[in-house]
Design a protein around this ligand. Structure first.
Ligand code: FPP
Length: 245
């Protein structure tokens, strides 16, 4: 049986907060608060088992279409999470980065995000990327625009555009692509998360609603990942021969 080793970078779509709260006859916002606790547990366990990079989908470009009260409470949750969590993350050597169109957020939230990034920029133990007002298509369009501007400025010949140069314009240019993509909440779709970056990522879908996710669930996802054979378009034999070379 293959052992693919530990995933270095895990991406998570934290789905199911609303349903978890509704099952308990509470507001969806209460579910998001429980989701934040699940994120804290999962990030801590991830660091303990050697996952170096965690990228979570906290707010998609499409989430603005939710009821105004839910959006407003989510913004409050982000504000208070940034106030309460960043110090602990910093003390634990976690570098925090936000990806997405931050200009969509109110200035106070943008300021807190920038302060969190600045404070933790030098940390190297692990990295938490929070996707907020993020969309995979937005990311790709941004990269295309960056390249187009370089061409217009005469700095780049279109013939020299390749995958490496394109990736350099994406939101996580200096981060390896996710090895493992987890989605909770029973849905099996990518929902415009890291579209380009997930080209060779292994997918793991869990029926568990995100507020119930914990270290044991993460271990299950990692175990499933480790049993996968990552072939990158090669045959299984080629992969095994390379591993033993
Ligand atoms: C999806 O569940 C979850 C969200 C849109 C929000 C996720 C946010 C958090 C867990 C808080 C994280 C906070 C920080 C600062 C990173 P859903 O509401 O779509 O659930 P449903 O599918 O059951 O309706």
């Amino acid at each position: 049986m293959p052992d693919t080793g530990m995933p270095e970078h895990v991406a998570i779509v934290m789905d199911g907060n609303g349903r978890w709260a509704e099952q308990r006859r509470r507001s969806r916002s209460w579910g998001h608060q429980a989701g934040l606790k699940a994120l804290r547990r999962t990030a801590r366990h991830g660091t303990e088992i050697g996952i170096r990079i965690l990228t979570v989908f906290a707010f998609s470009s499409e989430n603005w279409n939710r009821p105004a009260i839910e959006v407003s409470r989510l913004m409050d949750l982000f504000m208070s999470a940034l106030e309460k969590e960043v110090k602990g993350l910093h003390e634990n050597g976690v570098k925090v980065r936000f990806i997405g169109d931050l200009s969509g957020f109110k200035p106070e939230l943008q300021d807190r995000i920038l302060a969190a990034q600045e404070l933790t920029a030098g940390n190297t133990r692990s990295q938490l990327n929070v996707a907020a007002n993020y969309g995979g298509r937005w990311d790709i369009v941004n990269a295309a625009r960056t390249l187009a501007e370089q061409v217009r400025a005469g700095e780049l010949d279109p013939a020299d555009i390749d995958e490496g140069r394109f990736s350099a314009g994406l939101a996580l240019p200096d981060t390896p692509d996710p090895d493992l993509f987890i989605r909770t909440g029973g849905e099996m779709r990518i929902s415009n998360f890291l579209l380009w970056q997930s080209a060779y990522t292994e997918f793991y879908f869990s029926d568990v609603l995100w507020p119930d996710f914990d270290g044991d669930e993460l271990d299950r996802a990692v175990e499933a990942y480790r049993r996968r054979e990552r072939r990158y378009g090669m045959t299984g034999k080629q992969v095994r021969d390379r591993a033993h070379a």
